[in-house]
Design a protein around this ligand. Sequence first.
Ligand code: GTB
Length: 243
Amino acid sequence: MERPLDLIPDVPDLRSTYGQTLVTMQQTPTITAFEQSPDRGAGLARDMRVRWALEEVGQPYDVRLLSFAEMKQSAHRALHPFGQIPTYEAGDLALFESGSIVFHIAERHAGLLPDDANARARAITWMFAALNTMEPPIFDLVLARVLDRDKAWFEQRLPVLEARIRETLGSLSNRLGDADWLDGAFSAGDLLMVTVLRWLKRTGMLDEYPNLAGYVARGEARPAFRRAFDAQLAVFNGGPAAG
Ligand code: GTB
């Protein structure tokens, strides 16, 4: 028997759109995070981005904690081919890659992407800028400081890594100027950018760019950030994991 939506052939997405919305509303997503984060509760691991995005949009979530051994087992690799965190599961959808997960959350809830099509495209561009332009050199420095400190060449490599970062920080600082956020209202682009810049806090490099230091502080002062931060810190302190 034909149902009402079958009679509207030129809006084929209607049923799946409404269906998806209902499914999304009914299901609490589960994300994965480190059982014992190497950052000791500093909120630097990439589950923090996903927690923060979920908190910004008011979506409750569950957290499955994984040991390093569990991350590499086939059960987890079925969700994440590279055996890492974070992942995101809701209904029959499983995602990996923190940027993709944040984008998925931002697309399905109000609050992280503007409605205006051009402003939305620019916010998405800032998401890519955070992950493709800012994150690689900053993560190279993070890795070198953790893994290569004892190497003979570390002291020579450090200024090279730092110079690459200063180039991008200078450009970002110029673009931000005295604005609060990168393009109008706070967006998923700012969320990702702040999480990437936070990786520099221990280096002192952010302080060379007072407007970027202020930008990160503004992000960290958002109530949703605080809730996400406290939730991951609670894991490190042995408390509840869920948001
Ligand atoms: N591109 C993927 C994404 O964005 O989701 C990268 C995922 C990834 O690297 N995940 C890390 C992981 O699972 C956790 S965030 N590592 C275990 C493994 O590969 O075996 C790692 C992290 C921790 C702390 C900092 N920091 O202090 O700056 C940065 C990154």
